[in-house]
Design a protein around this ligand. Sequence first.
Ligand code: NOJ
Ligand code: MG
Length: 540
Amino acid sequence: MLLALALSALGCGDDGADRPSDPVFPERDWEAEADLLLAGPDWYRHAVFYEVYVRSLQDSDGDGIGDLPGLTSRLDDLRALGVDALWLMPIMPTPFKDSGYDVADYEGINPDYGAMSDFEALLDAAHARGMRVIIDLVLNHTSSEHAWFQESRADKTNPKADWYVWSDTPSDPNNSCGTQNVVFGPSAWEYDAGRDQYYFHRFYPEQPDLNYESPEVVAATLDVARFWLDKGVDGFRCDVISLLYESADDCGFLDKTKAYIKQLRQVVDEYPDRVLVAEPTNLTDAKSYFGSGNDQFHMAFHFGFGYFWSLQFGSQNAAATLATFQNALTEYPAGSQDALVIGSHDVVRAFDAAQGDESRHRRAALIQMTMRGSPFIYYGEELGMRSGTAKVVDFRDSARTPMLWSGGPGYGFTTGTPWLPFGADADSTNLEVQQGDPASMHSYYRSLLGLRRGRAVWGSGDAEILSVDHAGVFAARRFDADQRYVVVVNMTDDPVSAKLALPGGESRPGRVLGQGTLTIEGEAGTLSMPARQGAVFRTK
Ligand code: NOJ
Ligand code: MG
């Protein structure tokens, strides 16, 4: 009785709690193994990334705006969650028409966030903890306030006259994307009185597209990458990278763009252990971003799951989820690595994607953390942070509310007035209350990340989708020479019983996370899962 109590207090008993336990296999020094995995050039395959909106993470000076010193002061909290690397949304000077995706100076720091010395201090503090930092690189467009654009718009003959895409008419026949694929607004062409011409902008009018047909633009943007690599950043998340070039007959991911990316990769490869992450614009298949597997991107976001899991869970059917991972496993070149997300600054909070059913968020995170690839957690996701209702920049501010570290009124984020009001339910979705609660979302994330820690199989092992005789069950196995796991998620709202094929010779399934039972006989597994649950079984 006492032992049972002690074990359940440690979260080790079969008490149904979502806590890792390893009843069959001995523990090892996973921290030491993690240090080894995260030290080499393949660090990014094993790292847990965390996407940070600096403006909303931590304010250090009471102005209500998150900043770099604030972020630096939170590194230990993020380490405690299990985060190994940060992706910072744009940190450069900007008029903030698109939350920093409108860069006014590629070699500076947004003064709201601090000074270059603050960024250097962040890099040092992160590196001292063995953490990495990648930054957003926004190359498709600049801010209209960037000096390059100011020069380009001055007249038709200045040295930077062709650094942007200019046309006498608002629909250039040489650029069919001028009328298609405009992302924000009714038209992709904006009239400029100075030149009496129109310039092309795929996004807001304040974000003119650079003209990569100009060799000078190619050289200047590669120099931007060098500048930050010299500073010591560990890599880049490349914004809408497929859109660099446009043409008369194709708005897609052109060969010219791929050639540019190869040049960028060569620059990155001049520095040790740096990585490139693509933001695909093809949301259902990121294959084209990997090139041969080692000449374009190291990673690309897997949006086929990341932006569609809400629908996939809503359908109560696992087919689409299985298909998108199957596609990645069989179609992507060797060496490619999925960047696994369930949200970002561009889409609704996971809580909303889950339609308020927290178990959907948890099951989506379980798939995110266990499929082959590297997870990227969007700040606050680990707390199930809710949406806000206020809008300061644009409609996406609902998912960009300030981080909730402790109780109100400033929730540990600021001593002043937050630049954007906090999201809903802040008293139950802050770190302080969740840390003390083993049933909280935060505790669940700690369990998931604890399961990955130090185990190479998750980041770089093999994966195989398993066939199941129940349409609502997602099942996969992960394996390398050291360990084997079976991951099963019941995507329905009902209990399920199912048979699954286990051709890998799995045996002795020990449940290490979640709920449900799996028994194995020969090459067949028999599964029983409660409603809305998922589980991870270790089989070697
Ligand atoms: C993709 C970014 O994620 C999004 O936030 C931004 O608005 C566009 N690119 C334009 O840069
Ligand atoms: Mg501040």
